[in-house]
Ligand binder design. Sequence first.
Ligand code: MF3
Ligand code: CO
Ligand code: CO
Length: 279
Amino acid sequence: MNYKKLKRKLSKISSSHNFKKKKAQYATLYHIKLKEQKDIIGMKKAGRLAVDILNHIEDHIKPGITTNYINYLVEELTKKNNAFSAPLDYQGFPKSVCTSVNNVICHGIPDETVLKDGDIVNVDVTPILDGYYADGSKTFFVGSPGKDAQKIVSVARECLRLGILKVKPKNRIGDIGYAIQRYAEGQGCSVVREYVGHGVGFEFHEPPQVPHFGKKGQGVALVPGMVFTIEPMINLGKHNLHVLSDNWTVVTDDGSLSAQFEQTVLVTDNGFEILTPFD
Ligand code: MF3
Ligand code: CO
Ligand code: CO
């Protein structure tokens, strides 16, 4: 995704009376914790680490490596930066990163699976740095992609980009999902319903939920200081899914390919800023 082409606004969150009022109101009404300037600074550091980890993995993706090796790379770089991996032990998740191959939609567990030429693999990282969480993921090609792999990855990438473009004050959560669903279905693909984006920063998963489908003008109004992920999971076939007997791995019912991109996004006074700014 060429995020350089997306307008990038300075993350100016006014510390005015108005912000304090909104902060209290959003906490009471929706349990949404708005982030102040100091939190944003902390989250940007965590976000840059997430980008560094994803870039490091990208350099090592090739046919023949195992998903356990990706887990090892994540652990190594996270430790080196005095950070922690949020997935490890999260509700019993056994590894430090999710690696979701081909028909796996999300929450794939790293193991001795060997990646082969033509596979796609989503790598989802969530470092915790100085107490702040940043959540981001990318789907990589292993070797040379076939037509289907190219299609689903490019549609998922564009879905995230279009969703992010809806992030600005006074727009609503539903505007994001509407834009994503319209594009995905227009391309003959489908949007996963059961897993959604989420507030993030002080914890791994905070309110609000951010569906990648829905209606324009619905849901909570966006205000400066909100931080949430947008992480559309897009299937080449139907949206239906099931969870494997390991109780984590989520796969498409029809066996079709699934791809995902995820970024952590801040609502600013004028629009948005991506806190996990990978390309
Ligand atoms: N990183 C995932 C997300 O984007 C959540 C993974 S939960 C885990 O929300 F336990 F599987 F790591
Ligand atoms: Co997430
Ligand atoms: Co994630």
